[in-house]
Design a protein around this ligand. Sequence first.
Ligand SMILES: Nc1ncnc2c1ncn2[C@@H]1O[C@H](COP(=O)(O)OP(=O)(O)OP(=O)(O)O)[C@@H](O)[C@H]1O
Ligand SMILES: O=P(O)(O)OC[C@@]1(O)O[C@H](CO)[C@@H](O)[C@@H]1O
Length: 301
Amino acid sequence: MIYTVTFNPAIDYVVRLDAPLEVGEVNRAQGEDCVLGGKGINVSGVLAQLGCESVALGFVAGETGAWLERGLAAQGLKTDFVHLESGMTRINVKIKAGQETELNGAGPAIPESALQQLEAQLDKLTEGDILILAGSIPASLPQSVYERLLVRLQGRGVRAVVDATRDLLVNVLPYHPFLIKPNNHELGEIVGKVLTSDAEIVAAARTLQEKGARNVLVSMAGDGALLLDEQGQVHRIGCPKGKVVNSVGAGDSMVAGFVAGYLQSGSYAQALRLGTACGSATAFSLGLATKEKIDELLAQL
Ligand SMILES: Nc1ncnc2c1ncn2[C@@H]1O[C@H](COP(=O)(O)OP(=O)(O)OP(=O)(O)O)[C@@H](O)[C@H]1O
Ligand SMILES: O=P(O)(O)OC[C@@]1(O)O[C@H](CO)[C@@H](O)[C@@H]1O
């Protein structure tokens, strides 16, 4: 079974403006939508499109948390969230006004007792299961919290996928995650350098592999992606053609496609193709990638 964990789920409030955003002024929206989000939850959503069952784990709180949980159930996704006693699941504001501006909330505090409930759920994972840890953590938690979960899973044959930034990601590397997916900017932040060429990206990816990551997938938005696989082979792919509508969740969709592609084919090249088709299918859609759009783009790659 595949399990996704979203420490900090969100309702994404997507606002469309027909003029540039004016900071400090009253801006009137052309329209708005509420999308159920958070990185792990998005991964579960795209996995479902690809016919892969998953269970979405994580923490929800308050009325917004109840809304999220109801909505995901209505979409047919399996969830098993820990319910926090105080606070509310955040609402992240995504402004589409030519450029995309995002305002992501801090999220509710997660007490030690709730964290232990998640650990008890993860104790049931067995050989062959896949655990996907994706997204930020609320400010109340230390940057070692993903590491804490992976320490507990060691030696049980569970493959971990981690999509996180900075120390949250770096701290898990000694536990040999099956896959990490920084984008090129996040990778640059980790190695302390702006990465401008494929050669620099490969070199930076190798440093993370030397620290323990098995496969390093570096996404580069409209410039495609680069995979350094566990055999040390570099795969480079561009993007299919299309009009970008909303790139929120493109990276999560890529993670879902990569994992599903690898499970279906055992081939890293094929996993990268499906990951790319899923990432771009989301970038070219209002919401997350659909099976139909993914298949259309896969044919171009
Ligand atoms: N502008 C775009 N045009 C075509 N494909 C895109 C575009 N943006 C993203 N994608 C696809 O999605 C993949 C992941 O995108 P990106 O590098 O933006 O991930 P990310 O930074 O993790 O995104 P997010 O945090 O918004 O989910 C890319 O490798 C590409 O396949
Ligand atoms: O604040 P985080 O956890 O880093 O990112 C949260 C988020 O931006 O990620 C998803 C897109 O990848 C959105 O659904 C959500 O709002």
